[in-house]
Write a protein that binds this ligand. Structure first.
Ligand SMILES: *[C@@H]1O[C@H](CO)[C@@H](O)[C@H](O)[C@H]1NC(C)=O
Ligand SMILES: *[C@@H]1O[C@H](CO)[C@@H](O)[C@H](O)[C@H]1NC(C)=O
Ligand SMILES: *[C@@H]1O[C@H](CO)[C@@H](O)[C@H](O)[C@H]1NC(C)=O
Ligand SMILES: *[C@@H]1O[C@H](CO)[C@@H](O)[C@H](O)[C@H]1NC(C)=O
Ligand SMILES: *[C@@H]1O[C@H](CO)[C@@H](O)[C@H](O)[C@H]1NC(C)=O
Ligand SMILES: *[C@@H]1O[C@H](CO)[C@@H](O)[C@H](O)[C@H]1NC(C)=O
Ligand SMILES: *[C@@H]1O[C@H](CO)[C@@H](O)[C@H](O)[C@H]1NC(C)=O
Ligand SMILES: *[C@@H]1O[C@H](CO)[C@@H](O)[C@H](O)[C@H]1NC(C)=O
Ligand SMILES: *[C@@H]1O[C@H](CO)[C@@H](O)[C@H](O)[C@H]1NC(C)=O
Length: 483
């Protein structure tokens, strides 16, 4: 017993000399530069039963820097020599994440050398990582030859409260958009032409991407409730180059990164303008076959300049459909254990929007590259490559009968990207039989009016088994129109 006292004193002395001079407080971020690190280069960590420490590089690291942590209060200087409860935070693509129990706090120490201007951030939190690469990617609405309509990842999904019997009142077509939530994440968008030494080669962190300059210019930025996934920041980007593959990232609150996502602008001859801001068809955020609007700053169609013949017909269909649907004793007589009249109405509205607003499209350049690659003289031994499917495009000439008669002729040839048949099947499934809603069958001529086999496979239970299993991907391919 007597012997232990001097040892403890000794340790206490060592701690006084060596202890970290700087500290990292809970739920905060420190921005650091290698040249002004404290001496010793270590930070005391807060007490938490569930602490997540993150390291994010804000510039490209040239020399290897390593990060060590300990939750053992008897270790002052965790390092490569290890020891009890000494852990290394492994940094991959500029981001390192470490979680553990820190009942007595701990120490984070930086080991190794780096260039003086190497900058990075460290964060400590008791509610998940402060720095993060989000699992959800930005979403492409559509492009023209020089514009792109892009969305952030969603937040705040809407809560549908279905009406109930006997006052089963369904909403009419929305004539104005719902009011946005009071607070939203701060999303910023970053774009650059895709190239091998581009953004993807940098540390994949929010602070690194925030320091890069974006291509194009933001013509409009607003919040939009596009679908039941929730609100998104919607950007209309202008000033882009035709037929160019762009890389896009979305930065959330300066700490989280979503991406990379890719998209391709249309060729210079593509004439269809974008449509957006249509409250009755919130998912219509794509190019439509109408002449360029001449009364719009953004060169897009929105609810203020869309020809009223289109919107009036659509809202009349909406209203008539709702009237017919509610002749059923909605909320009292159940036609399905899974679906309600409100579900039917939502699915029908989506389908009606997708068929009422034809979408202009073009074959993705990557598809053409695949075709020319197969015909190249270089023999390919890779037999596992499945050729990418071609998009559901249907050529229209200036004399073709427009798919929606309310659309005046565009007076030039273009291609329509057909709606995905799953939009139709969803309405068929959700609605009562007496409405007589039916979709064409894949084994007959469904592919003349719909994109068939992309999301779901042909079998009755082929849900998600189509090729490629989705309407579009994050590499810039778009196969059919899913509103
Ligand atoms: C340190 O972390 C390890 C691993 O998570 C854990 O088993 C141990 O209880 C922690 N010690 C303290 C003092 O928090
Ligand atoms: C620690 O925090 C993360 C993120 O908030 C959470 O997912 C996890 O369940 C927590 N673990 C414990 C043991 O509380
Ligand atoms: C029925 O519901 C609608 C919408 O919820 C409401 O505006 C209306 O006042 C209700 N009518 C009655 C009689 O409760
Ligand atoms: C974006 O465009 C919409 C529709 O034209 C308009 O209502 C909104 O005010 C614009 N927002 C900004 C920030 O310009
Ligand atoms: C959003 O983030 C950007 C950059 O990350 C910043 O310049 C801007 O001030 C922030 N806006 C708000 C409202 O916090
Ligand atoms: C809506 O219903 C009315 C009355 O039944 C009918 O006159 C009208 O043509 C219908 N409109 C549409 C777009 O179906
Ligand atoms: C865009 O570039 C990326 C990265 O090179 C590639 O994977 C993707 O297929 C390209 N997209 C298209 C549609 O060509
Ligand atoms: C339609 O195209 C023809 C031939 O290209 C042209 O002569 C005519 O002026 C165009 N009409 C309109 C309304 O643009
Ligand atoms: C539709 O599918 C049939 C066979 O399944 C095929 O012969 C035909 O060319 C397809 N039509 C279109 C427009 O893709």
């Amino acid at each position: 017993m007597l012997l232990e006292i001097p040892i403890l004193l000794c340790l206490a002395n060592a701690a006084l000399i060596q202890a970290a001079t700087a500290s990292l407080s809970l739920n905060s971020i420190l921005s650091l530069n290698f040249q002004d690190l404290p001496s010793p280069p270590s930070f005391s960590l807060p007490v938490s039963p569930n602490l997540t420490i993150t390291v994010a590089y804000c510039s490209s690291a040239t020399v290897s820097t390593r990060f060590f942590v300990t939750n053992n209060s008897f270790v002052d200087n965790p390092g490569p020599d290890g020891g009890e409860d000494v852990f290394e935070i492994t940094v991959d693509q500029g981001l390192g994440t470490f979680s553990a129990v820190f009942l007595e706090g701990g120490v984070l120490a930086i080991d190794g050398a780096s260039s003086d201007d190497f900058s990075f951030e460290i964060g400590a939190s008791d509610s998940g990582p402060m720095h993060e690469v989000l699992a959800v990617f930005p979403l492409l609405g559509d492009t023209t030859s020089n514009q792109a309509l892009l969305f952030s990842p969603p937040f705040d999904p809407p809560v549908f409260s279905d009406p109930s019997y006997p006052n089963y009142t369904l909403p009419g077509p929305s004539l104005s958009p719902p009011s946005p939530p009071d607070s939203s994440p701060n999303f910023t968008l970053l774009l650059a032409p895709t190239s091998p030494q581009s953004l993807t080669a940098l540390p994949q962190t929010a602070c690194m991407m925030s320091s890069q300059t974006s291509s194009g210019n933001i013509a409009n930025e607003s919040l939009w409730l596009r679908d039941e996934e929730g609100w998104r920041t919607q950007w209309i980007m202008a000033g882009l180059s035709p037929q160019t593959n762009y890389t896009a990232y979305v930065i959330q609150d300066s700490t989280k990164l979503s991406g990379p996502m890719y998209f391709v602008t249309k060729s210079a001859v593509f004439a269809c303008p974008l449509a957006a801001f249509l409250p009755y068809c919130p998912g219509v955020t794509y190019a439509i076959p109408l002449p360029s609007p001449d009364n719009s700053d953004l060169s897009i169609y929105d609810s203020t300049n869309l020809p009223s013949a289109i919107s009036d017909t659509l809202t009349a269909y909406f209203t008539n459909f709702t009237t017919t649907l509610t002749t059923q004793a909605c909320g009292r007589d159940y036609y399905s254990p899974l679906q309600t009249c409100a579900d039917c109405q939502r699915a029908y509205f989506r389908w009606l929007c997708s068929v009422s607003f034809p979408r202009c499209g073009e074959q993705s350049p990557s598809t053409t590259t695949t075709t020319s690659a197969t015909s190249s003289p270089t023999p390919t031994t890779d037999t596992t490559t499945i050729p990418s499917p071609t998009s559901a495009l249907q050529p229209q000439t200036s004399s073709s009968v427009p798919r929606n008669p309310a659309f005046t002729s565009l007076n030039m040839s273009y291609s329509v990207l057909l709606p995905c048949i799953e939009t139709c099947q969803a309405a068929d499934r959700a609605c009562p039989n007496f409405l007589g809603f039916a979709c064409p069958l894949a084994r007959f001529n469904a592919n003349e009016s719909y994109g068939v086999g992309y999301i779901d496979g042909a079998e009755p239970d082929g849900q998600g088994l189509g090729v490629p299993g989705q309407a579009q991907d994050r590499w810039g391919n778009v196969w059919c129109n899913f509103v």
